[in-house]
Design a protein around this ligand. Structure first.
Ligand code: NAP
Length: 249
């Protein structure tokens, strides 16, 4: 039991943005739950990177599909096993299955909505129970610049990310009086495995359209998450914070 520490549950924390978010919370002294889909090696590496920070909080790994109720339940139970409380939920797990609308299969649509949106719904619903009891909570969902502006080839993904924004605002309205905030972050182009599939040529073209003229890092996003999770950010709720080098302006 790590009784004097806060607990943060981060989905999709095996790699990329989620990994940096988990490390950032651990460095701040939180117990962290690292959710991931199936890549054990990557998740163990996140754990190792946390431990190398030398802080002595609790770290638990939970493998499973975030769109399944049993996984969501296990994630919440694991988070509560540290102190009985859950201060921060970060809905970060996400996938892409890009294609033009004319060619997109219903299963590509469903799998993206299930992971990116249903998973966040299940976890938010289960997280608010302990958060209401403790009269404190921070729910932070990783949306995207394309959830605000749309993007050709990403009907499924942009719908899921726009859905996260609507969900965030509704949660914020339902729970503001209970001292639970809900905010979304809309990253632009961040260097991770997800964007690693793009060719250098495509990346160059995208970078040329970003006012900052470069892709962002996972740390840029983690930094914004820490800000929204802070006790002193309690009057910020229902917002969408862009972390995009000016891309979405
Ligand atoms: P990533 O490198 O592809 O990592 C995705 C993480 O999500 C992995 O840990 C993966 O687990 C986990 N995951 C995938 N499907 C899952 C499922 N069904 N259940 C549980 N976990 C699942 O992605 P990223 O680039 O860090 O992106 C993180 C979030 O930021 C996503 O929501 C993404 O949409 C959003 N975002 C990214 C960018 C960008 O430019 N990269 C921009 C805007 C928004 P395994 O490691 O086990 O596979």
């Amino acid at each position: 039991m790590e009784n004097n520490r806060k607990t943060a549950l981060v989905t999709g924390a095996g790699r990329g943005i989620g990994r940096e978010i988990a490390i950032a919370f651990y460095k701040k002294g939180y117990n962290v739950v690292i959710g991931y889909a199936g890549n054990d090696e990557a998740a163990n590496e996140t754990k190792k990177l946390c431990e190398s920070e030398g802080v002595l909080g609790g770290i638990s790994l939970v493998k499973g599909d975030v769109s399944k109720e049993e996984t969501a339940k296990k994630l919440i139970e694991t988070a509560l096993s540290f102190t009985g409380k859950l201060e921060v939920l970060v809905n970060n797990a996400g996938i892409t299955r890009d294609n033009l609308l004319a060619r997109m299969t219903p299963s590509d649509f469903d799998s993206v909505i299930d992971t990116n949106l249903r998973g966040a719904f299940l976890l938010s619903q289960m997280a608010i129970r302990p958060m209401m009891k403790q009269r404190f909570g921070r729910i932070i969902s990783i949306s995207s610049v394309v959830g605000v502006h749309g993007n050709a080839g990403q009907v499924n993904y942009s719908a899921s990310k726009a859905g996260l924004i609507g969900m965030t605002k509704s949660i914020a309205k339902e729970l503001a009086a209970r001292n639970i905030t809900a905010n979304a972050i809309a990253p632009g182009m961040i260097e991770t495995d997800m964007t690693g599939v793009l060719s250098d040529d495509v990346k160059e073209k995208i970078n040329a359209q970003i006012p900052a003229k470069r892709m962002g890092s996972s740390k840029d996003v983690a930094n914004a998450v820490l800000f929204l999770a802070d006790e002193n950010s309690g009057y910020i709720t229902g917002q969408v914070l862009a972390v995009d080098g000016g891309m979405g302006m």
